[in-house]
Design a protein around this ligand. Structure first.
Ligand code: F6P
Length: 416
């Protein structure tokens, strides 16, 4: 077994808080072990730069305290405090061009790495696994994504900070919503999974939460349920409401809508006006319902990493290096039951690849899980996938915005 190792590290896919904390821990612990660390810039593209001669091997060497500050802060390693990735990251699909693949593999060889640590999400995992197989790399993957949808790990680096960011945004928006008696629809990231919207929605006191696992698309019933809910809040003198919608929820036509919160805000306005117009006394308080939309966007991917994300990042980094020390390669580091473990990529990749082929999220919110039950038990409206006491009224026929031939529940979606 080779005692002194040469480790490569890269970040791939969308950035998130905590990436730098992983890099810092890898560098620190490697230094203690007498190992060398090389940071590959811009995901796997850094290997290509090496082959093209745009970078030299020594340019990539990472040292502890490599990012020192001047004056009294000299020697402070600021990396764990900063979001983003000092290495840069790459959000691109699978390299289709064989020359690109060849250059990546050649770059890896030139660096003479004993192992590569890739910090990536679900998509990156798939891509880098294929490259690693072709190049016979010794790969360790550390999961990261604010979406928390990497399979087999309870937590991905970045999720906790993003959850705090969204929770804080909901708190802030509460007071402007209240001041103007408005319904504010808040759009939260989560392309395929609703973990972020659900967790932050609960923590931030959202009245309604729509996630793709429970509300794959908006329907007339969703609008009615939301308006019913708001009408009931108003009966109890609560004039404002916060509605959280994950970006993965489709519009009424079952199409992806990058501005789904704006769409929903407009639809709620229209629908509440129609309900008011029916003359039904239950909806008399919906006159001039004022709705607004806020897209939190990439603010969710930045911010100072939370203590949990720093701990998770650090623990994952240490685990990755311990695995490399044992020459136990091709593993996904995971967080389970308050500790770090690992899983064989060989074993888990078939399922992940199958999910990608089917367009299914490998780690969705469990519709029957405790987080959904927690929200429902608060009386939060989660759409029509579950019975909800606020949605028992009959729909006036004048309120149908579109026909809904494809109304499909999450249970149908996930049972196939
Ligand atoms: O996968 C993480 C994520 O933040 C998704 O929630 C979101 O859809 C996507 O990245 C946005 O990516 P981009 O930065 O490429 O717009």
């Amino acid at each position: 077994m080779k005692v002194k190792k040469r480790i490569g590290i890269l970040t791939s896919g969308g950035d998130c808080p905590g990436l730098n904390a992983v890099i810092r821990a890898v560098v620190q612990y490697s230094n203690l072990r007498g190992w060398e660390v090389y940071g590959i810039p811009r995901g796997t593209d850094g290997f290509i730069d090496l082959v093209k001669g745009d970078l030299q091997i020594e340019d990539l060497r990472l040292h502890p305290h490599g990012y020192d500050l001047p004056g009294v802060l000299e020697g402070l390693d600021v990396l764990q405090f900063m979001s983003g990735s000092v290495l840069g990251s790459l959000s691109r699909g699978n390299p289709k061009d064989n020359r690109v693949v060849d250059d990546i593999l050649e770059g890896y060889l030139r660096l003479g790495l004993d192992a590569l640590i890739a910090i990536g999400g679900d998509g990156s995992l798939d891509i880098i696994y294929d490259l690693a197989k072709q190049g016979k790399w010794n790969l360790i993957v550390i999961p990261k994504t604010i979406d928390n949808d990497v399979a087999f790990t309870e937590r991905s680096v970045g999720f906790d900070t993003a959850r705090n960011t969204v929770t804080q945004a909901l708190y802030d928006l509460t007071f402007t919503a209240a001041s103007h008696e408005r319904v504010i629809v808040v759009q939260v990231m989560g392309r395929d999974a609703g973990h972020l919207a659900l967790h932050a929605g609960i923590a931030g006191g959202a009245d309604c939460i729509f996630i793709p696992e429970l509300t794959p698309k908006l329907t007339t019933e969703t609008l009615r349920g939301t308006c019913d809910y708001i009408a009931q809040l108003r009966q109890h003198r609560r004039k404002f409401a916060l509605v959280v919608v994950a970006e993965g929820v489709n519009n009424l036509e079952n199409k992806h809508d990058p501005h789904i919160s704006e769409t929903l805000a407009v639809l709620l306005k229209e629908y509440s006006t129609r309900l008011y117009g029916t003359g039904d006394p239950r909806y008399s308080n919906l006159e001039h319902l004022d709705t607004r939309a806020t897209i939190l966007g990439h603010l969710q991917r930045c911010g100072v990493p939370s203590s949990f994300d720093r701990i998770l990042a650090t623990a994952c980094a240490i685990k990755a290096l311990d695995l490399i020390g044992e020459e136990c390669y091709n593993r996904l580091v995971i967080w389970q039951n308050g500790s770090v473990h690992s899983k064989s990529l060989e074993q888990i990749m078939p399922l992940i690849k199958w999910c990608h082929q089917e367009g299914t999220c490998p780690s969705p919110v469990d519709p029957e899980g405790f987080m959904v039950r927690t929200a429902l038990s608060l009386g939060t409206y989660l759409g029509e996938a579950h019975f909800h006491p606020h949605t028992t009224s009959t729909l006036p026929s004048s309120c149908s915005l579109t026909s809904n031939p494809n109304s499909n529940s999450i249970l149908e979606n996930y049972s196939s």
